[in-house]
Ligand binder design. Sequence first.
Ligand SMILES: [Mn+2]
Length: 457
Amino acid sequence: MWPLIFRDRYEEGYGVSYKGIDFAEDNGFSLIIALDCGIKAIEKVAYAKEKGIDFIICDHHRPDAILPMATAVLDPKREDCNYPYKELCGCGVGFKLVQALGTKRGEGINDLVLYLDLVATAIGADIVPITGENRILAYYGLQVINQNPRAGFKAIIQQLKKSTLTITDVVFIIAPRINAAGRMEHGQHAVNLLTETDISKATKFALEIEKFNSERKGLDQEITQEAILQIQRNREEDRFTSVVFQEDWHKGVIGIVASRLTETYYRPTLVFTKSGDKLAASARSVKGFDVYNALESCSECIEQFGGHKYAAGLTLLEEQYEAFKEQFEKVVKDTIDPTLLTPEIQVDTLIELKDITPKLMRILKQFAPFSPGNMAPVFMAENLVDTGYVRTVGQDGTHLKVSVTQEDSYKIEGIGFGLGDKISKVTSRKPFNAVFSIDENEWQGTISLQLKIRDIQ
Ligand SMILES: [Mn+2]
């Protein structure tokens, strides 16, 4: 049995750490397998090598020109990598290593299916496109989650009112709970949950993690509020970027806060907090703008950075913060196509409500799993009228619940997340147009179709 050690992102920071390498040395390990990190850990891998510890790196982040001197560096984003599919997530690369080992031992793909629940969760959580091989891994991984989940997943799922999970459920229900442990306390809690085979123990771990998840949610709302206030106070609502910093913000949630700010202001965003004697940030971008490249153009103010086109992380010295903030604003202002700063919904086709049938839903489901790279089809219907049941739901009336009809012929319910403020457009009794995807809603064991409304005009 190999020890499974989850890095601690507070004490050790993100990615490969000296502390982890020292731990390996003290405990007599000769090999470290790094997953979803390590592609830039040149000095750390060299440090390990001096101590006689080998590294295998399984990563999908963009490499620099020089690679670490590891025993193997698996990364489909390597320019000299001829692996045909480039969009594997970090866990997917690890899975390919497991598969290669299995093949060598004479195992077939059926011996590996039991790991696909983890791979599917990582594909959803890491927000990689669900195309090509990712789509296949996610499809079969969802089957494992739904039909034969490991005890840890079963423990989470049995608290839900849903019988079948989609990849969206995995992203919004399972992934945040697993991440919450590492964000709030220590990732080891998540490892315990995922490796436990006894369901009663797993249920206990799941409850613990549920607690971390609610703490995480509270913290993420609080910090988002503080960040928005900071932007308002500094009168920075009209800039091309959101860059905010407060030294006591919890490092585990700055990535989520950056995503929330991107939803609010829809522009490239960085959220900084203090980390040791430096500042650390999470970066998020808008569709079509490469934030990694933008950071590269600010590299004289940055200590270290890494990541992808839409999400990245960095550290810098506190005295560089203001200079960085201005440089980043300038780079984005000079290079971004301003049309990218308005969110756009691409409508696939017009539809009439009477054509939204269980048969259509069965066909749509064959296109799943949906995620970036393979989004659920978006429809538009015109001249809808509310049947009189429109109301806002959720905390502070954030969401909109409607029941609509078209030419009095067919009635269907719809939910618009975050669209509560559009209620007046529906109650005015004037016909309106809506853009939506079609979803199944499960309520007390009955499944019905509903519109998942994205916008109303
Ligand atoms: Mn990743």
